[in-house]
Ligand binder design. Structure first.
Ligand code: DCB
Length: 524
């Protein structure tokens, strides 16, 4: 009793803090207008149904807690709070929701111990269905088939989740999994609220903006970022890159320019500078031709090693890129490639940070079946001897755009991904369609190089088009590295001419491309 009255007396403050959030402005500092969830967040915020944090952030990538989810649902359904059992800010809404039968006592005990924990997806969907679409039912046979991991769904959620699938409220991730026990991000939750309101007809009052077309390959469940210490060994499950714990992971960062020309921007300080802006990936582009490794192996190899060690020191994942370009057929230097990768795998095979990219961009008179595939079949075993579980990236003809050919005839073996390279000023919807087809065919895709420029590294910059690309990749949980981290006088370069590789960079050191790219490393 004593404890209880104490709870009741203690801080109204928290409640007031939360109430104050209603005044948050339409624009959240961390919701980019071109992101996939921006429209949903704006509509919901505009209708007064949700708000961000007092500091102006919305926190799109953060997991939504049970208290947040239930209180927003209550607002959507017009369910007012009643007397709660704790002094938690959402206690009253949670008590009302419990009494309305949206969930059971044990799912979110009114005593509060689960209020601030991430809400599992299956429970979130059940609450939303009960609150806004209680009439909808789903056919067991038809709907359960849409869910690859249906067996993981707890029985008490069958009814609600099948109904949600039938109503089109939710679909699985890119592998067709619902991931019932995982959490969901605030951005994902926002999309669910918006959709549920529209489906229930209650969304009529919301401002009408064209609805975002449903991606054909649905977004992955909560993706995590951050570095090697936290994520450990990488693994490819289905088409998705995951961390050691099995959570979907997205790597984003910069590619170097040719190490033989711009090796100074693969310095520790330069790489660390990208990490400070949220990058967790670095790609060391070791040209083979054009004055690169083949003509100067000792010096260029040493530059590569310095770059790899620098990235590791910054807790980042790092790609060792055998950057064929003018030498378009990887078979031309198969022997050197095998020797090089065997050497690298011996050196780094037990390091979870290192990723091997065996042929940057095959081009010219080169085919998948005759050249690239046999090349991969010869180089991969050389790596696997010393690096049995590292992720290996494989290119394809036409400057690593022909993933459809690889999809028709993929390689054997695990932890392999196929690279797709694009330049926003040259490549668009057609190449994105190719990615979706490849994913549907089960091919894991990694964008190990892309630019905001044209395919020649200049022109533009094409930031609108680049934004469309990055939204697309984010929805599909695809990792990327941007071309390139150097100060060359070309639009794809991320740094303004004269920027020092050995100092911390100010925003003004970044080129228009650099500012755009650096601001998107930590996209939700
Ligand atoms: C790729 C290469 C990369 C190249 C960029 C931009 O090539 F992997 O090495 O970088 O895309 O073209 C450029 C640098 C220039 C440098 C030049 C030669 O930015 O500073 O002078 O390499 O070393 C592609 C990608 C796609 C296509 C063509 C190329 N495409 N290409 O679709 O036509 O011709 O290099």
């Amino acid at each position: 009793m004593r404890r209880k009255s104490l709870f009741l007396l203690v801080p109204l403050l928290l409640v007031l803090l939360w109430a104050g959030e209603g005044n948050a402005s339409a624009a959240f500092s961390d919701v980019r207008p071109d992101s996939w969830y921006a429209q949903a967040v704006e509509e919901m915020e505009g209708a007064g149904l949700l708000s961000g944090y007092p500091d102006g952030r919305f926190g799109p990538g953060e997991p939504i807690s049970a208290a947040q989810f239930v209180s927003i649902t209550a607002r959507c359904a017009g369910l007012g709070p009643v007397q709660g059992q704790t002094n938690h800010w959402a206690s009253g809404s949670l008590q009302a929701a419990l009494q309305a039968g949206w969930y059971d006592w044990d799912e979110i005990p009114p005593t509060g111990e689960k209020f601030d924990q991430p809400i599992p997806r299956q429970l979130a969907v059940k609450i939303l269905m009960k609150a806004l679409l209680p009439e909808v039912r789903g056919d067991y046979n038809a709907e359960s088939q849409k869910m690859k991991d249906f067996s993981r769904l707890d029985g008490r959620y069958y009814e609600a989740v099948l109904a949600a699938y039938a109503a089109g409220l939710t679909s699985g991730d890119e592998n067709g999994n619902f991931n019932p026990q995982n959490g969901l991000s605030r951005a994902e939750a926002c999309i669910l609220f918006q959709r549920a309101l529209k489906l229930s007809g209650a969304g009529e009052g919301l401002p009408t903006t064209p609805t975002v077309p449903e991606p054909e390959v649905p977004q992955p469940a909560v993706t995590v970022q951050s570095g090697v210490l936290e994520n450990g060994w990488l693994q490819v499950v289905g088409t998705q890159l995951r961390n050691e714990a099995g959570q979907p992971l997205v790597l984003r960062g910069m590619s170097s320019h040719g190490l033989q020309w711009y090796g100074q921007y693969a310095s520790r300080q330069s790489i660390q500078n990208t990490a400070r802006y949220g990058a967790n990936l670095f790609r060391a582009a070791m040209y083979t031709g054009e004055g690169g490794y083949l003509s100067n192996p000792t010096a260029v190899r040493q530059r590569l090693i310095n770059a790899v060690d620098g990235a590791i020191a910054s807790d980042m994942y790092v790609i060792i890129d055998w950057h064929i370009l003018s030498d378009g057929n990887p078979m031309d230097h198969l022997g050197e490639a095998k020797e090089f990768f065997s050497d690298m795998a011996r050196r780094y095979g037990d390091n979870p940070a290192v990723i091997y990219e065996i042929c940057n961009e095959p081009n010219g008179n080169v085919t998948w079946e005759r050249d690239v595939k046999p090349y991969a079949q010869a180089v991969i075993p050389a790596i696997r001897t010393y690096a049995p579980q590292s992720v290996i990236l494989v290119g394809s003809p036409t400057w690593s755009q022909d993933i459809h050919l690889a999809a028709q005839s993929p390689l054997e073996g695990g932890n392999l991904m196929y690279t797709l390279h694009f330049y926003a000023g040259t490549h668009g919807a057609e190449l994105r369609q190719r990615i979706d087809s490849a994913l549907s065919a089960g091919l894991p895709v990694f964008v190990s190089e892309w630019g905001t420029s044209r395919a020649d590294g200049g022109g533009g910059v094409f930031l609108q088009e680049a934004g469309e690309w990055l939204d697309f990749l984010a929805r599909r949980g695809i990792s990327w590295a941007n071309w390139s981290l150097c100060d060359k006088n070309e639009t794809s370069a991320a740094l303004n001419p004269g920027t020092s590789p050995d100092e911390t960079w100010a925003w003004e050191n970044l080129s228009p491309s650099g500012q755009f790219v650096f601001s998107r490393f930590s996209d939700a």
